[in-house]
Design a protein around this ligand. Structure first.
Ligand SMILES: [Fe+2]
Length: 465
């Protein structure tokens, strides 16, 4: 049956048999279905089982306070229909009180047929429109949220965005995000939002998902959880704690759709991370084999990473940036894999033509790293580590601060490492001579600030020895 054609159902809570009949008569004649009750408990029982489009509530029920009905309605956890209260002229104050508790409208006895019908029609229509608006908004917000979620492939960033988004939408007192650890199969708390002090952040959630595959699980009156399903299995759990808020069908419907999207995004991010880790470790072993071929460059990238990270620390970089700097230091010369051994391993000076070939290695590095989807700053550090501060470098001839900071750091660390290592065509330099050389080239080949930082770092290391 078309929704528009379905008869609207009205629950009537009224004790007076004469008025009960009046309702049945007027509303029945206008194609409404009615269910009449004379006490709150049986009306509430009926609301648990059946769906109604409107409630008409007489506030003067013998032996009962009609206002109590609102308290009981709240505890039902249903998408409650609008309530029109009906009251005698003498008790309009009660009607005002009822409006404060959530009634949508009120009519006073004695009422005319027109008054009753117009209130009923108006309130049903308003409720339908507001539901439609909320549904459209819900679909729109889910699509918007999905766009955000699928654009994030870095798992830590994804966790932060998920907890921020669901906290802002669901508005609990506390939101907790648990992620499954694939090694142990247990769920560990990864992010919280709100006052989470009463929840142990180191809790291990052992979860028997075979016994319960419902997306929702109400753990206690105030705590419920949403399981985040990946393609096959549960990958995470969101828990919400609220002292007062009661979640209705729409909230739960929203979370069931959004929870599925989150689960898939989490699973994808974790797969990408695993792929990336294995790709990075494969590339690192390639770097090792590349360096192992040549006794003169053995452990070069290790040494570059050591000095680059020391400079980064002295500049106050955060741990994520230091990690990027370390990765870039390991990967920066990987492009040399694409250049013939006879040039790379040549023991005498290079010809002009050979130098031009060598200059291609940052571009080859970029091609090798492209499928890795490494961070932009890591890629740029590798690509521009042979740029010079005065613009005389390669591959693009960038100058000054246009050269990304990490690339300027790598340039200094790379040169220092090359100078203090033995080369086929020269002996290794003493560190003091290498520093002199860096100083001479500060402001020309190198960023002077970074040279000064490196010199401080070396001085401090010497003092520490
Ligand atoms: Fe290089």
């Amino acid at each position: 049956m078309d929704l528009e054609e379905r008869k609207k159902r009205i629950l009537i809570l009224e004790d007076n048999p004469g008025i009960q009949n009046l309702y049945r008569e007027i509303l029945g004649r206008h194609s409404y279905e009615t269910a009449v009750f004379d006490d709150i408990n049986s009306a509430i029982d009926s609301l648990k089982k059946e769906k109604f489009d409107l409630i008409i509530l007489d506030l003067q029920l013998p032996g009962q306070d009609g206002l109590n009905f609102f308290e009981q309605l709240k505890t039902l956890n249903i998408d409650a229909p609008p309530v029109v209260v009906c009251t005698g002229l003498a008790s309009v104050e009660n009607a005002v009180e009822a409006m404060k508790k959530g009634a949508s409208d009120f009519i006073t006895k004695p009422f005319t047929m027109d008054t009753l019908l117009s209130s009923v029609e108006r309130n049903i229509r308003i409720d339908e429109i507001s539901k439609k608006i909320t549904e459209i908004e819900m679909i729109r917000s889910i699509l918007e949220l999905n766009k955000i979620i699928i654009s994030i492939t870095e798992i830590e960033e994804l966790c932060t965005s998920i907890i921020d988004l669901v906290y802002n939408i669901v508005r609990p007192d506390v939101a907790l995000l648990y992620i499954k650890d694939n090694d142990t199969g247990r769920f560990f708390l990864r992010r919280t939002k709100g006052t989470a002090s009463e929840f142990n952040p180191s809790i291990n959630l052992s979860f028997d998902h075979n016994s319960n595959n419902d997306i929702f699980n109400r753990i206690s009156e105030n705590l419920f959880e949403v399981k985040l399903f990946g393609k096959k299995d549960i990958v995470g759990i969101l828990r919400f704690y609220s002292r007062e808020k009661i979640y209705d069908d729409r909230d739960l419907h929203f979370l069931s759709v959004f929870g599925t999207l989150i689960g898939i995004a989490l699973e994808n991010a974790s797969l990408i991370q695993q792929l990336q880790e294995s790709y990075i470790s494969a590339i690192r072993s390639l770097v090792n084999s590349l360096e192992a071929k040549d006794v003169y460059t053995k452990n070069h990238s290790e040494q570059v990473a050591y000095y680059a990270v020391a400079i980064g620390k002295a500049l106050g970089m955060d741990s994520a940036s230091l990690e990027s700097l370390r990765n870039a230091a390991y990967l920066h010369d990987i492009g040399k894999l694409g250049i013939k051994d006879e040039i790379i391993l040549k023991k005498s000076f290079l010809t002009e033509e050979e130098r031009e070939i060598i200059k291609k290695h940052p571009l080859i590095t970029r091609e090798i790293l492209k499928p890795l989807r490494i961070k932009k700053e890591e890629m740029e550090a590798c690509l521009y580590h042979h740029e010079r501060y005065n613009g005389d470098g390669y591959p693009e001839g960038l100058a000054g601060e246009k050269i990304p900071l990490m690339a300027r750091i790598l340039a200094v660390a790379d040169s220092l490492s090359a100078m203090i290592s033995e080369r086929p065509y020269r002996k290794k330099m003493e560190i003091k001579d290498a520093i002199k050389e860096l100083r001479t080239n500060a402001g020309k080949q190198f960023d002077e600030k970074i040279v000064n930082v490196l010199i401080d770092v070396i001085e401090n290391l010497k003092e520490a020895e």
